[in-house]
Design a protein around this ligand. Sequence first.
Ligand code: AOF
Ligand code: ZN
Length: 341
Amino acid sequence: MFYMRRALELAKLGSGYTAPNPMVGCVIVHNGQIIGEGWHRNYGGPHAEVNAIASVQDISLLPLSTVYVTLEPCSHFGKTPPCADLLIKSGVRDVVICNLDPNPVVAGRGVQKLLDAGIKVETGLLEHEGLEVNKRFFTSHRLKRPYITLKWAETADGFVAGPACEQLQISVALAKRFVHKLRAEEQAIMIGTRTALHDNPNLNTRHWTGPDPTRIVIDRQLTLSKTINLFNGSQPTIVYNYKKQEEQENLYFAQLQEDEPLLPQIMADLYKRNIISVLVEGGTYLLESLLKENLWDEAFILKSTFQTIGDGIKAPTMVYGTLTKQQTLGSDMLLHYQNNK
Ligand code: AOF
Ligand code: ZN
């Protein structure tokens, strides 16, 4: 258990950099001692097993070693050759796996290859923890849509903006850092037209160290000006609309069908674009629609403990959610909900 726990810790070091691939960690143990460690560091780079084997100094120990890996070793030629073949060639005796790989190009074939080569294979060690680490990867394979996280900030009396959509300075500096950390962990951030217009956000991670996600905005009639912050810089941006399908460098216009439900179309398109997770930051209408249509997985709400405005745009109403965590963040409360449907 200890070694798999360590492998999961290693896997998480890839957070934010591996998507749409999963985070994977690998530990090689000989005679009760760790002789090699590695993790999948970034999308397109070597898999965890390759890095772990490369870190072993005395490879003559491998035939008497056990490999702990958090995901079933792959069996396909992708950006790298199959990890199952590498493990077989290295001569290891035992392989312990946390989760099976739902990717149809692997899905059990990795384990089968190892078994066929006479390696002893154990699966399901710390399975639950592994499913949590790669919740984005597993959810996108299972539901054919990205893992959806909602986030909003509200006043103590439940408003997200003033009566004329004025943005409120609800969140303290600490909360800002927290939001940018959330952004760095997701592959994309989505907002609606009115939020793009009224808040003019950059949707980057300047208050946290991490990659900048793909920006997504819904602009059905293409009314947003090209000069807003959302179209700045080099972050890829997807504009969902009813007017045109077009690609310009890092800017993608994706056309939707007017006579079909909007949000399921967007989620299906994101899945096709290999986006496995999205953070939705507003506005209220978009958040509320996702809540009502049960198109979400978890939600973070920053609630001021003292600010009240008495009138304005009401915060979304939580549906199908179970409060799973509650903590203070400066003068805000951070509420965490999980979808219970
Ligand atoms: C592993 N070890 O560390 C990872 C695996 O495009 P590729 O070649 O990088 O392949 C990506 C797929 O490989 C990914 O969707 C998942 O099924 C598996 N990821 N497998 O054995 C790893 N990251
Ligand atoms: Zn692999």
